[in-house]
Design a protein around this ligand. Structure first.
Ligand SMILES: Cc1cc2nc3c(=O)[nH]c(=O)nc-3n(C[C@H](O)[C@H](O)[C@H](O)COP(=O)(O)O)c2cc1C
Length: 338
């Protein structure tokens, strides 16, 4: 029987499939179902920095002093009552989730700046979180905001959360950084035990009749996996900590690709919204079948086998691939197809 266990953030997990942050895990029944289906850990939905500031009244204070850090988000900041859970409700849910299942439960904080709200990480730890996932999302909408300043702000946030807790902290990153390897190295120095590649960027769509800009949320497709594989494959072997892949993981093949790129775990959300929580068990069965057929003793031995440091020809990961891909495209074939 192939050993499916993987190590992530210092925890030995029963398998590679972790449920990423999703409202599905707001139900304890669903959380039990996820464990039964074979999920090896669960990340709860995020508590947002803005929500905590609203709850504690510090947002009002910041606004009156003109020092708030959420200027660009104020127009669409939901009312406090629109958030799914208060922070007390969240901590209670976390406690109940920990009691309900044996697999690790990770709490999630979503923010952009360090500040008083960071103490919530400690409360999450005290409520039983096995790890904290810090979902970071800052968007430059002003030409005075430099990349360097945004990276520094992120590093300060990570370092203040890591200082606040003893449990491991994984940082869920946006894809929009110029030097991902450099940033990930500095995140480790700031205390992060792992990186989660990548946050999805929910761009608004335009309604050209109503002349309105509307938020959209589509579930992912497997094509979204490719940039994650690319960066995981480049990072593998250059970080001490772990790499988790979230975005576009739908099938056993996707899970294998995530691990072969260098991921410790593959996270799923869209596939569970589309096919149901039971989908985890089908993917695990397919994965086991694939590994058994090729006589792998463990899934872990495939980790990183297609990473940049493992393949003899690294050009697919480098600029050469860009040139080769574009120059090998034949216009004649396309014309014939039309
Ligand atoms: C309805 C929904 C709600 C989500 N809420 C959160 C959240 O609160 N915090 C977070 O870090 N990610 C959140 N995500 C992002 C997922 O955790 C995941 O990273 C993303 O959907 C990519 O994975 P997928 O391709 O398997 O869907 C959410 C995704 C969906 C679809």
């Amino acid at each position: 029987m192939t050993d499916m266990s993987m190590h992530y953030l210092g925890m030995k997990l029963s398998g590679p499939i972790v449920v990423a942050s999703t409202p599905l895990s707001e139900s304890i029944d669903n959380i039990r179902h996820m464990e039964d289906a074979g999920a090896s850990a669960i990340v709860l939905t995020s508590l947002f920095e803005e929500q905590l500031a609203l709850e504690s009244g510090t947002l009002d204070d910041d606004l009156s002093r003109g020092t708030n850090s959420f200027a660009e988000s104020l127009d669409f900041l939901p009312e406090l009552s629109d958030y799914r859970m208060t922070h007390e409700g969240y901590l209670e849910h976390l406690r109940r989730a920990r009691e309900a299942v044996n697999i690790p439960i990770m709490a999630s904080l979503n923010g952009a700046t360090s500040g008083g709200w960071v103490h919530l990480a400690k409360e999450m730890e005290e409520a039983g979180a096995n790890a904290i996932e810090l979902n970071t999302f800052a968007l430059a909408t002003d030409r005075s905001q430099t990349s360097a300043a945004l990276e520094l702000q992120l590093l300060e946030l990570v370092s203040s959360v890591c200082d606040a807790v003893k449990v491991p902290v994984a940082v869920k990153l946006s894809q929009s950084f110029t030097s991902v390897p450099n940033l990930c190295g500095r995140l480790e120095e700031a205390g992060a035990s792992g990186v989660v590649l990548f946050n999805r960027f929910y761009q608004p769509d335009f309604d050209i009749e109503a002349l309105e800009v509307r938020p959209t949320l589509h579930f992912s497709t497997p094509s979204e996996l490719l940039p994650r594989l690319h960066w995981a494959a480049i990072l593998y072997g250059h970080l001490k900590g772990d790499i988790a892949i979230t975005g576009g993981v739908h099938s056993a093949e996707d899970v294998l690709k995530a691990i072969m790129a260098g991921g410790s775990v593959a996270m799923m959300v869209s596939a569970l919204h589309i096919h149901g929580i039971e989908h985890i068990s089908r993917v695990l069965a397919d994965l086991r079948y694939w590994l058994n057929k090729r006589e792998y003793a463990s899934l872990a031995e495939t980790r990183g086998c297609l990473s940049r440091r493992s393949v003899p020809d690294t050009s697919p990961y480098d600029r050469g691939n860009y040139i080769k891909t574009l120059s090998s495209y034949s216009l004649r074939q396309t014309v014939a197809a039309f």
